[in-house]
Design a protein around this ligand. Structure first.
Ligand code: PEP
Ligand code: MG
Length: 591
């Protein structure tokens, strides 16, 4: 039966494919594709993990024989019998083998996927006793996962198969071969997303998350259709269901009928035609009708993204989110040399174009590791995040600063500091940068020149620009956080996503004030939040005097098209009227 789930649109386009559910196991599980020659080894890993748990249960049973009924109550013996029975369950074993052999899932992923299938069957059982066995099944699966942790695994192979765009025709094809896959999950951490970045998925859906949550941001950078905040989708959609993602409308259609498919097939083709049309603008300079040159820069998460930035015609990197180098490493942070190599790769990848490296912004919805999320403070967005985290650990910060300084001798590098609010933080940061230079001098290490900038993403910063402009060479407006902190709306919380409003007059006043003050003082200013890549905002930002935009590479051509059609002389007075209105959204289409 066809049904639709509504969520938040985060990345444009239509995707059609089969659902791959990523189970939200309590154990931190890796998800990656293996290669065909690794199938047997991977099945063997599950077998050995399972046998280790069976041996463990047998050992326990033997020790129980020697105990009296007090120490070993009947319930315990019965429970162990149930666990043994479940471990030998044919459906579990066969299912896991199938996920590995047919889908090339790694062992842990295969086990949690099959667990999900079985858990649903338990949920549907009438009998209370049997329904409660679901918890036992989960327990034994977690034991097997824990046992497998000690067993060596083939290296993750995230590009075992090539991603391709799905077409409606795929539904009519033999779907055991090369079917586009849609990732469905309750939640995905930014580091999970990164793991999937080079992978096969044609689109993804999550139950939770806001439009500018970091998970959504990584999805946008992957340029695949995505919907977040589609509550219950991971419960309503089943493994292998056919799904259509409408990334423009924020809708997920499950089990689509032939008519719906035809309609989305048409929309998909329209999208491809539009992309083709935009690609003709690649070599066109971004200049407005009245001759204003506009700088279109790229946001990147990993050094390898520099390639996409250059290909999209970016004139530099306006935001390299360096924290992605630090995530998902079980607390073992990259050392100076590893960081230096990564920054250098990004700089060299940009082939002489400038690169703005932001110092680490860990915290809030970007934990170092998934498990760290659970220990997070009650209000992580207001906690030890970004520069606060760096200043709390000067050795870690100095390591990063030295790595960036050294890499800066290979190109034009800007250093960007996130989430500053206090003059004392600014002074402390600048003195640590001096200290890092002095350390390199002492070691006789070569390093390069840096322009140093600050992000304006806390209202306090936007309201004390004089201090910021006194110390920094340029400013970059992080609208994602500026909106979050101005409106007190958690950007990752889908339940308040309807109040997350880039066009709120208070937000616009802070953005407009920052641009105007920088322009007045002749200091560089850019916007690097998601607002910069939103074509609905381009004219307004141009009218407010912005000349530098930083966004995902995939958004550059669409924004360029807006720039080419704009006349900033006309936009100036219109923009003033928009920001003075109590309801700017009603005016934005009125030019
Ligand atoms: C922002 O806050 O707008 C920004 C660009 O930084 P991030 O999204 O990484 O917090
Ligand atoms: Mg930010």
């Amino acid at each position: 039966m066809t049904f639709a789930i509504h969520g938040l649109a985060v990345a444009r386009g239509i995707a059609i494919g089969r659902a791959v559910l990523v189970a939200s196991s309590r154990v931190d599980v890796a998800h990656y594709f293996i290669t065909a020659d690794q199938i047997d080894a991977e099945i063997d890993r599950v077998r050995r993990g399972r046998n280790a748990v069976i041996d463990e249960i047998h050992r326990l049973q033997r020790s129980i024989v020697h105990m009296g009924p007090k120490e070993a109550p009947h319930e315990l013996t019965a429970l162990l019998d149930v666990h043994l029975m479940l471990l030998q369950d044919e459906e579990l074993i066969q299912g896991v083998k199938q996920w590995i052999a047919e889908r090339l899932y790694n062992a842990e992923w295969a086990l949690t996927s099959q667990l999900e299938v079985i858990a649903r069957q338990f949920d549907e059982m009438e009998d209370d006793y049997l329904r409660e066995r679901k918890a036992d099944m989960e327990q034994i699966a977690e034991k097997v996962l824990a046992a497998m942790k000690g067993l060596s695994s083939p290296l993750a192979s995230p590009v075992a198969r090539q991603a391709r765009r799905a077409t409606a025709q795929d539904l009519l094809l033999d779907d055991t071969q090369d079917v586009p896959l849609i990732l469905v999950a309750h939640d995905l951490s930014p580091s999970d997303m990164l793991q999937f970045k080079q992978s096969v998925f044609a689109g993804f859906v999550t139950d939770v998350g806001g439009r500018t949550s970091h998970t959504a941001i990584v999805a946008r950078s992957m340029d695949i259709p995505a919907v977040v905040g589609a509550r219950l989708s991971s419960q309503l959609i089943r493994q292998d269901d056919w799904v259509v993602i409408d990334g423009d409308a924020g809708v997920v259609i499950v089990d689509p009928s032939a008519i719906i498919l035809a309609e989305y097939g048409f929309k998909q083709r329209q999208g491809e035609i539009e992309r083709g049309r935009l690609s003709r603008l690649l070599h066109t300079p971004a200049v407005t009708l009245d001759g204003e040159k506009i700088e279109l820069l790229a946001n990147i998460e990993m050094p390898e993204d520099a390639l996409a930035a250059v290909k999209a015609g970016a004139v530099g990197v306006g935001l390299f989110r360096s924290e992605f180098l630090f995530m998902g490493r079980q607390g073992k942070l990259p050392d100076e040399d590893e960081q230096y190599q990564a920054y250098r790769r990004a700089i060299e990848g940009m082939q002489g174009l400038p690169v703005t490296i932001r110092t680490v912004d860990i915290g809030a919805d970007k934990p170092l590791d998934k498990s760290a999320r659970e220990d997070a403070h009650l209000n992580p967005a207001l906690g030890l995040r970004a520069i606060r985290w760096s200043l709390a650990d000067p050795d870690m910060f100095l390591t990063q600063l030295r790595a960036i300084l050294r890499a800066a001798s290979f190109g034009r590098v800007n250093l960007l500091i996130p989430m500053l609010a206090h003059a004392s933080e600014i002074r402390q940061t600048l003195s640590l940068i001096d200290h890092a230079r002095a350390q390199l001098d002492n070691l006789g290490q070569v390093y390069g020149e840096l322009r140093i900038g600050a992000m304006i993403e806390i209202p306090a910063a936007a309201l004390t620009l004089r201090t910021f402009l006194k110390y920094f060479d340029f400013l970059s407006i992080g609208t994602n956080d500026l909106i979050q902190y101005t409106l007190a709306i958690d950007r990752a919380d889908e339940s308040v996503a309807h109040l997350y409003d880039p066009l709120h007059p208070a937000v616009l006043a802070l953005v407009a004030g920052t641009i105007a003050e920088c322009n007045r003082q002749g200091k560089g200013v850019s916007v690097c939040g998601e607002m910069a890549g939103d074509v609905a905002m381009t004219r307004l930002l141009l009218g407010l005097g912005l000349r530098s935009f930083s966004m995902h590479p995939a958004q550059i051509l669409a924004v360029k098209q807006e720039v080419l059609r704009a006349d900033t002389r006309r936009l100036r007075s219109w923009a003033d009227q928009v920001i003075a209105d109590e309801d700017p959204a009603s005016r934005i289409t009125s030019l």
